[in-house]
Design a protein around this ligand. Sequence first.
Ligand code: TXA
Ligand code: MG
Length: 337
Amino acid sequence: MAPGNEKLNQKQLVQISAAARLIRQGGIIAFPTETVYGLGADATNTAAVQKVYDIKQRPTDHPLIVHIGHIAQLNYWAREIPGSARLLARHFWPGPLTLILKRSPHIPDCVTGGRDTVGIRLPAHPVALKLLDIIGPDKAIAAPSANLYGKLSPTTAAHVRTTLGNKIDLILDGGACSVGLESTIIGFDDDAVFLLRPGGVPVSAIESVLNMPVISHKNKIPAIPVPGALPSHYAPTTPLQLFHLSELVQTAKKLAAQNLHLAVITWSGIEPPQFNTPHIQHICMSQDPVLYGQHLYAVLHQYDQAGYDYILMETPSALPAWLAITDRLQRASHTHL
Ligand code: TXA
Ligand code: MG
């Protein structure tokens, strides 16, 4: 069944209608997408969009992604859309892909931090799609992830409630996000296609649809700025550090001997006996990057709230399918022990 056509129950429909009303009145709501929960406002309402920046404590030059409900609305919100962007939209929407396109006059300055481009995404979650359907084609939802700036992204309604619950008008609960990592962000320049943020759609899938290479933003000509791509981001409050397994075992042993309490997260399936002490809570995650990505933020939220001194993680696999996971964990692990 196509995303969006799944049955929503009566209670959900009532809540979604209330959320749509709030959006139309300039309110701020949290809503589920397949990637992470978003903090949404009417993209055409400057005051409401400003509230999103305020609540998130995010600098206003870090633009917001505009969420639309139907692919046909692309022409209303963007202009001069490259053929490759249309191809990707047809192929991956609804889904975890954001396209950076020239913005149309319908997008106010505050959404894009004054720049001439806008990030657009059609999310694959029945609650988000119903909400977008109700607010109508002349509205869209500007939404960053529903977390404080720089912190862990939320993948459940409870994650949102804990940090932003008292600051927003309504939280729509759509269960745990199925992808669990943010969307892949793609930019366009002349005939070239750039990866601005790895995410839910693997780069290999994009390359195979376009039949051309996607250029990593690290190698790009400086034409496409990547606001928000700070070295430290997506971070828990507890210091987090990455290690290869052998080094992880040594570090955990040393810190546990100092009476420190550690959360240890591995994925390679090896369970060293040194992890079996009262000072260490060890979890081995999936070796499948899709499943690993789905649970990553939830595991980090759980350990972050449990009061450990450190979170020690096994360095993710270097295979391309782990790119988004590696990106998030490198940014989360800025604090060195
Ligand atoms: O999966 C997602 O993309 C989630 C859900 C809620 O859709 N949203 C999300 O939004 O991750 P946010 O704001 O946390 O991250 C969006 C990123 C930021 O790094 C922002 O700077 C970048 O997209 N971005 C947005 N518009 C842009 C533009 N016009 N040019 C370059 N980067 C842009
Ligand atoms: Mg974010």
